[in-house]
Design a protein around this ligand. Structure first.
Ligand code: NFE
Length: 473
């Protein structure tokens, strides 16, 4: 089943006899993602992940009042705007002396939690499941022949019903966010200093009632449907293994750097504390003027676009941690919590659904901890730094915003998104990005219907709108 046209495909033969297949665009994903693979003897032997959009958000920020960051950067994306509002707020709270009241931390986490639920529900039912499910034979559904459909007609029918029910659940998650955010997407209620909507009893009660409906859907549909998918396509636990390095910035803070989801990095199986100075960005294979890999904390080293650069193939840059490619997202967070121990297409899908249940459970707890009648916002005061970073776990992984001020205006702004990590190209050492790595070696049953490529790519939940926000000055 597809709610949009199939991934558009062309193919040719390479000099070594492999078959080059170009999938452009990859449908059922956010933003313009394309993938080129070379298939030889039934396996992918080479892969390039391509972000085809040039934007310019970091440029837009230059010369502006720093407090424009929250409302402007949330426009980067319609599906994770709260994430950008939150992380830019955390950055501003480092630049300006700010004491966010306890209610402010809780309400912001409730808004961000609602965004996680909305994204995870929508991703499973509308973007991921159609790779495995046969749709009704009517427009706009398309059921290309030769697909690897394994559900019995009865199970298929039940999952289709849940697909339709997921529209309501996903809508409820937006409703939840709007209770404190005032509107969705691009909420107004989340700002540096806390939340602007006071925690009134009627809002708290409404939030609790809507959250209970979503939790019911998660418990009765999302979790069992995910288990069913995992059992039916158990071979996908062996397909699409990532680089096996993971990063988390820490998630759902209740104070500065007090996280519900732990921060850390796992490199070569060893967990270690996170150090922002170890994050570098390479533009070797991106459409930017050649320069050595730079540290993300060096905000003055600006990337200059060069759309005709020989050898480059994407607008996404290549972030690396201590020179290593890492995977970010729900699976990385679950591995950090010790709940998962392997990386694959199906591990990512299962980790995302279980994370939705966990976050919904936390949200019910946080809601009960709101102190009615107490403030949720305290305005930022004097500027205390000229350079600062905000980092946090958001639906697709770790998000970073950084800025350097020149007096009271923004001189430089940097953003590294989760999809920037997962959909990055090769770096200056030639190491593949996380999805590129995951695609190498996967079996392709029929090169005329390379469904496996889309399945692996979608398990990372791509958002190329976020990943290609990069710019020039
Ligand atoms: Ni455009 Fe986003 C999330 C951010 S990018 S969806 O989650 O930041 O991966």
């Amino acid at each position: 089943m597809k709610t949009s046209p199939p991934d558009s495909r062309s193919s040719s033969t390479t000099s070594r006899g492999g078959r080059k297949i170009s999938l452009s665009p990859i449908t059922r994903s956010s933003g313009p993602l394309s993938i080129q693979v070379v298939v030889n003897q039934g396996r992918v032997v080479n892969a390039q992940v391509i972000g085809g959009l040039f934007r310019g958000y970091e440029l837009i920020m230059v010369g502006r009042d720093p407090f424009d960051a929250t409302y402007l950067t949330e426009k980067i994306c319609g599906i994770c705007s709260t994430a950008h509002a939150m992380v830019s707020s955390l950055m501003l709270e480092e630049l300006y002396f700010t004491e966010v009241p306890p209610n402010g931390w809780i309400i912001r986490n409730l808004m961000l939690g609602a965004e996680f639920l909305q994204n995870h529900l929508r991703h499973f039912y509308f973007l991921e499941l159609p790779d495995y499910l046969q749709g009704p034979s009517r427009f706009p559904f398309i059921n290309p022949g030769g697909r690897d459909y394994r559900f019995s007609p009865k199970v298929n029918e039940r999952l289709l019903n849940h697909y339709h029910e997921a529209f309501k659940a996903s809508l409820l998650a937006h409703e939840l966010l709007a209770l404190f955010g005032a509107k969705v997407p691009h909420a107004h209620g989340l700002v540096p200093g806390g939340a602007t909507v006071e925690p009134r009893a009627d809002l708290i009660n409404k939030f609790g009632a809507v959250l209970a409906q979503i939790r019911h859907f998660i418990d009765t549909c999302l979790l069992p449907d995910t288990e069913l998918l995992a059992e039916t396509y158990a071979d996908y636990f062996q397909i699409g293994q990532g680089p096996s390095n993971f990063l988390s910035y820490g998630g759902f803070p209740r104070g500065k750097k007090e996280y519900q989801i732990p921060a850390g990095v796992i490199l070569g199986g060893e967990q270690q504390p996170l150090d922002l100075d170890k994050i570098t960005e390479s533009v070797e294979y991106s459409w930017f003027r050649k320069q050595p890999a730079k540290r993300v904390t060096d905000l003055e080293a600006v990337k200059q676009p060069e759309s005709n650069k020989p050898g480059a193939y994407t607008w996404v840059i290549a972030p690396r941690y201590a020179g290593q490619v890492v995977e970010v997202g729900p699976l990385a967070r679950a591995i950090m919590r010790g709940e998962f121990h392997s990386s694959s297409t199906m591990d990512r899908i299962v980790a995302r659904s279980r994370e939705a249940a966990l976050i919904a459970q936390w949200m019910a707890q946080w809601l009960s901890e709101i102190e009615e009648g107490k403030p949720a916002y305290r305005p930022p005061a004097d500027r205390i730094k000229t350079q600062a970073f905000g980092t946090l776990e958001v639906p697709r992984g770790g998000l970073l915003h950084g800025s350097q001020l020149d007096t009271d205006k923004i001189a430089h702004y940097a953003i590294i998104t989760p999809s920037g990590w997962n959909f990055s190209p090769r770096d200056n050492l030639g190491n593949l990005g996380a999805l590129e790595h995951a695609l190498i070696g996967i079996p392709i049953d029929d090169p005329n219907t390379p469904i496996e490529v889309g399945r692996v790519a979608r398990s990372f939940d791509p958002c190329l709108y976020c990943a290609t926000h990069v710019l020039q000055v």
